[in-house]
Design a protein around this ligand. Structure first.
Ligand SMILES: O=C(O)CCC(=O)C(=O)O
Length: 256
């Protein structure tokens, strides 16, 4: 199953994986995300994109998100495309508010021949429909050298319309963007973005996780969070003692 989806991504740039999130888990994830959106309503970055609610660094926020990161089918897909040592780049929510959500088509990272740098997985917590801002993707765009023009609507873009619980995965090469939400309800989703092991992730995950978040961490979680992708410490070469890791710095009201 993983190979079929990986092949689809190699051929058309994206794939839809329905039914991977069971209804009970979906309800729990919605509640967890609603709580983040409510708790961080006043964080300036959450309001950085008008028309959307954003949640940042979600692996800090709830064990359910830390579990989602490790969903075996998705990790398998990311590994098939990025290597067995791939790590987490970022884990954020982007929920389209009523009458919001429109986003220019874009690539998540620069285009490198035959080498996607990342795989982004959109977890649809609500049905994605034509009306409520389903993600737009352009089939085959992952093979084009050039990127999309800002604010341009391309005739070959398609909507990732699918029921809640479906995961949409695409690579850093694939043109994609949020669609307009013309309904009166929030369209919730979060994005688990995996990248190659040698890239610098968007967040400093190892230093953003406190003891509670790390309690019971699996080896897979530690790898994905990037604990093993940092430079190895070699006291005999560095000629000094390892310094204590400073606690995560969190200016008041601005979660890392
Ligand atoms: O919300 C969506 O449907 C897509 C969002 C997206 O592509 C992004 O934020 O980079």
């Amino acid at each position: 199953m993983i190979e079929r989806h990986a092949d689809e991504i190699r051929k058309q740039g994206y794939t839809l994986m329905p039914g991977l999130v069971l209804p009970e888990r979906l309800a729990q994830l919605r509640s967890a995300l609603d709580a983040v959106h409510a708790a961080e309503a006043d964080v300036p970055r959450q309001r950085a994109e008008p028309g959307c609610l954003r949640g940042y660094n979600l692996i800090r926020r709830h064990s359910l998100f830390r579990e989602a990161l490790q969903q075996p089918e998705i990790v398998g897909l990311a590994e098939a495309l990025l290597g067995k040592d791939c790590i987490l780049h970022s884990f954020e929510s982007r929920s389209a508010l009523p009458l919001g959500g429109t986003q220019s088509l874009h690539r998540d990272m620069p285009w490198v021949p035959n080498t996607p740098l990342s795989v982004n997985v959109v977890w649809m917590l609500d049905d994605f429909t034509e009306e409520n801002g389903a993600t737009r993707v352009v089939p085959g765009s992952h093979l084009r050298v050039e990127g999309p023009e800002r604010d341009r609507v391309y005739p070959d873009e398609v909507l990732a319309v699918a029921p809640a619980g479906t995961l949409l995965a695409f690579t850093s090469h694939t043109w994609h963007g949020g669609g307009p939400n013309r309904t009166d309800r929030l369209r919730r989703a979060f994005h688990v973005h995996y990248c190659r092991n040698w890239l610098k992730p968007q967040r400093d995950h190892p230093r953003s996780l406190d003891a509670a978040a790390l309690a019971g961490a699996t080896p897979l979680f530690l790898r994905l969070a990037g604990f093993h992708s940092q430079m190895e410490f070699e006291p005999e070469l560095n000629q000094h003692q390892r310094l204590p890791v400073p606690p995560a710095v969190e200016p008041s009201g601005t979660p890392a």
